[in-house]
Unconditional design. Structure first.
Lengths: 212, 105
């Protein structure tokens, strides 16, 4: 056992423990922490696989942005983000049956793979620049520049779409309250806000004047 | 024994285990937030496979570029998914996925 073996064992155990925590814990904030642990473990495995750039990107994008987004939504929803009490038993057999069926399929696949034999494939030597920021950057900006720019377009469209879907419009709420679509996209986030009167035009103007 | 982590099979087995955990979580849990987290888990497992096989073929780095694009798409997916969760919560005051039965009634 050298340092690399211990590093692999520790980070893979970290990733597996985090994944288990994600799917098994009752509280969504603990699930988010489990996801964070998994992401850190996978970033460590990327380092072992000579992918320094991807390890950094994994930590920045996943641990820094995606998990924070999850935690932010959990904070916004408050206690309602957890599992509901009333409907716990609903469709329980179907859900656990589907999970057990998939677990059996995975175990069967693992059994077939282990029976297939064959020699395991050892990693060869690697050039030191494999996976470095310079190498990936030159590859991205030479060969793959069009997909790269399309990815930026995808991100900006996704962010604008997320804002459009997540933001409620209280002035529409008053006009068409009936349809579920109007409630879904324009209604109040919290049920207690439905009773709260909307600000009148005079109040809005006063608030605006006060802000100026 | 001291070759732990130097074979591509170790990484594919770990990635398969992570993908299986993510898929089981997606099927068993009803909390939409946890289901989205399980999707992220599965995407991460696929990324691990791509990078491990790229370590095997050291001539190019296409696998790592693939993983990079998957990370970008996963970030966009998380943003849109969480916005949909907020809209769904606005409609139902709940984040349980079996409450989403608008099309059934």
């Amino acid at each position: 056992m050298n340092v690399g073996n211990v590093f692999f064992a520790l980070s893979s155990l970290l990733a597996l423990a985090g994944a288990f925590m994600t799917i098994a814990s009752r509280s969504p904030i603990r699930s988010a922490v489990g996801l964070l642990i998994t992401i850190v473990g996978i970033a460590a495995l990327f380092l072992k696989l000579n992918a320094q750039f991807l390890a950094a990107i994994q930590l920045i994008v996943y641990a820094g942005a995606v998990v924070v987004l999850f935690v932010f939504v959990i904070m916004l929803l408050g206690p309602d983000a957890g599992d509901g009490e009333g409907t716990v038993a609903r469709a329980r057999v179907a859900r656990y049956g589907a999970g057990a069926f998939f677990a059996l399929l995975a175990l069967g696949a693992a059994h077939l793979v282990s029976r297939a034999g064959g020699k395991p494939t050892l990693f060869g030597l690697v050039r030191p620049e494999h996976g470095s920021v310079e190498a990936i950057g030159s590859l991205l900006f030479r060969g793959e520049v069009i997909p790269f720019e399309l990815a930026t377009a995808l991100l900006i469209v996704a962010v604008v779409g997320a804002i459009a879907v997540a933001r409620g419009k209280p002035h529409v709420r008053r006009e068409k309250q009936g349809s579920p679509t109007a409630r879904m996209f324009h209604g109040p986030l919290m049920a207690r806000d439905a009773q709260r009167p909307l600000p009148t035009k005079a109040q809005k103007a006063a608030a605006k004047a006060g802000a100026v | 024994m001291n070759m732990l982590g130097n074979y591509v099979e170790h990484y594919t087995m770990l990635s398969g285990a992570l993908f299986t955990l993510g898929c089981i979580g997606f099927l068993v849990r009803r909390n939409v937030l946890v289901q989205l987290m399980c999707i992220e888990l599965m995407l991460n497992a696929v990324n691990l496979t791509l990078v491990a096989f790229n370590r095997l073929h050291t001539g190019d780095m296409n696998g790592q570029v693939f993983a990079f694009f998957i990370i970008a798409v996963a970030a966009a997916e998380a943003a849109v998914g969480l916005a949909i969760v907020l809209a769904f919560y606005r409609l139902k005051s709940s984040v349980q996925s079996d409450e989403a039965d608008q099309l059934r009634h």
